[in-house]
Design a protein around this ligand. Sequence first.
Ligand code: NAG
Ligand code: NAG
Ligand code: NAG
Ligand code: NAG
Ligand code: NAG
Ligand code: NAG
Length: 503
Amino acid sequence: MELQLTKEVLLAHPAAVCLLSSLLSFVVDMARITCALAFAALAAAAPLITRQDSDHTQLVAPDGPTEYQISYGPRPYYIVQNMTEGPLKDKLMSCENGPFSVSGWSIGHRGGGTLQIPEESAQSQEAGARMGAGVLECDVAFTSDLQLVCRHSLCDLHTTTDILLRPELAAKCTTPFTPANDTSSATALCCTSDITEAEFLSLCSKMDGSNSSATTPEDYQHGVPSFRTELYDTCATPQSLNGFIDLVDSFPGYRNFTPELKTPPAQVPMPFQGTYTQEQYARDLINAFINKGIAAARVWPQSFLPADVFQWISEFPEFGSQAVYLDEEGDTPETFTAAVARLPSLKAQGLNIIAPPFNYLLTYGDSNNDTIVPSSYATTAKAAGLDIIAWSFERSGPLDRVEATEDYYYSTFAQAVSYDGQLYEVLDILANDIGIIGMFSDWSATTGYFANCFGLTGPVGGSYYNSNGNSSSSTDNSNDNSDNDASSSSNNSNNNGGWPNWE
Ligand SMILES: *[C@@H]1O[C@H](CO)[C@@H](O)[C@H](O)[C@H]1NC(C)=O
Ligand SMILES: *[C@@H]1O[C@H](CO)[C@@H](O)[C@H](O)[C@H]1NC(C)=O
Ligand SMILES: *[C@@H]1O[C@H](CO)[C@@H](O)[C@H](O)[C@H]1NC(C)=O
Ligand SMILES: *[C@@H]1O[C@H](CO)[C@@H](O)[C@H](O)[C@H]1NC(C)=O
Ligand SMILES: *[C@@H]1O[C@H](CO)[C@@H](O)[C@H](O)[C@H]1NC(C)=O
Ligand SMILES: *[C@@H]1O[C@H](CO)[C@@H](O)[C@H](O)[C@H]1NC(C)=O
């Protein structure tokens, strides 16, 4: 039964399954032989990636030894095949056999394998790296002993780990498990700050989900959205920030880091334990990279709190020059207008990179709501000289459902999408019309395939920092109208082979 499944999937896409198989250590001898053959067959087509260059200046070194290949698996092909005929489909079809390489434009969201593999785990990072993500994310939370660990929310351990199945740790949860009854849902709230780093690292990471009808902690473990899977819920490895840095630094090819400082929820009032301030937490995040000897040019620190970003700009100007402000202040029509109006002042205060959800960047292009165009947010951010990173692709499931489910990421243009081939139409407007410099994705292959096909290499580390110790200024954006890829600091190398601007 297991072997049969393996064979079937291998037929669909040999290399991806081989890679995931080795990753999760369930390779059987038969599969191993098939894997070897699959790699041999692919070897001619796919460029090979060397270990990190010691000077970290090269994004990709394609001529190295045959030790590591980027693999996108079947999903990009599935999307391309479902596209409407036309020049965009032709262009993407032309890349079916490569290039396949690491691209910093493809940012591994919570690791980059998050669509199928437990978020923030070492296995999700491994998957994102294998699928070519050039930048990998760790959301940075703190533990009761003030150590930094990777977890999307300080208080999501009850849905992203097996903590409720560990009685001695479950007892430490801010809100222990309470079963559902006829009138109330099951509840629990377990925070990284409830336990020590060692206790955190002893947990199993699992797919984010919970069962509000659960009457036992065992039942509470389930509830993953149907388009995701529990296939890899086999005790994925949680990570400390230090462990994440070491892991990402060890991946072949040039990989960078995007740590996100969290805003602790009301249940974890700051200063934590009376003395641990948000400012110290922000400092500790940057110092973790400094202590590991990681150059600022390789780090893209993010936060939803403007104060964190401006603290980095003033205290760690080299890191701060490429800090990413995550903007979620425009979710209603009224706040959206205010969020757009605020963009130039953010730039004037030294911010270089703005990161909204991609629904802020797109809007309908006609009164029938059939077409999609860049929004006022996108055009205003570009005009203000801000570079744009967007989040997050591949979190929404099939596009034929996004309108009915009022999916957040498609909220501003849901009527214009209904089949999965349009995933690449959306990405094309973001990349080639707006010129975003990077895209977070829960499945790095989808963004990586696209980025490689269009020669998008992502943000250029170090390029935002002036030698005089300043963040680069908003007033010298002289190449803004050179082409549609206006950013002064992106390296979307524009080798599109005469590719027309896609309207
Ligand atoms: C794309 O998939 C949808 C089903 O989701 C199908 O109706 C449509 O015909 C497909 N389009 C192409 C071009 O394959
Ligand atoms: C149901 O659970 C809630 C919350 O735990 C509790 O307050 C309530 O008394 C329970 N109701 C019954 C009928 O047990
Ligand atoms: C959710 O919990 C209820 C009650 O324990 C159980 O009957 C149901 O099967 C569970 N659902 C899932 C998806 O595990
Ligand atoms: C188009 O979308 C807008 C905004 O969601 C909505 O107000 C309008 O009714 C839609 N138009 C049509 C023709 O559905
Ligand atoms: C930063 O740049 C501004 C304007 O270019 C300049 O006035 C200021 O002196 C610079 N600060 C430092 C520390 O170099
Ligand atoms: C942009 O990328 C190209 C090709 O990868 C490289 O040759 C060039 O040096 C890069 N430019 C910058 C500014 O990083």
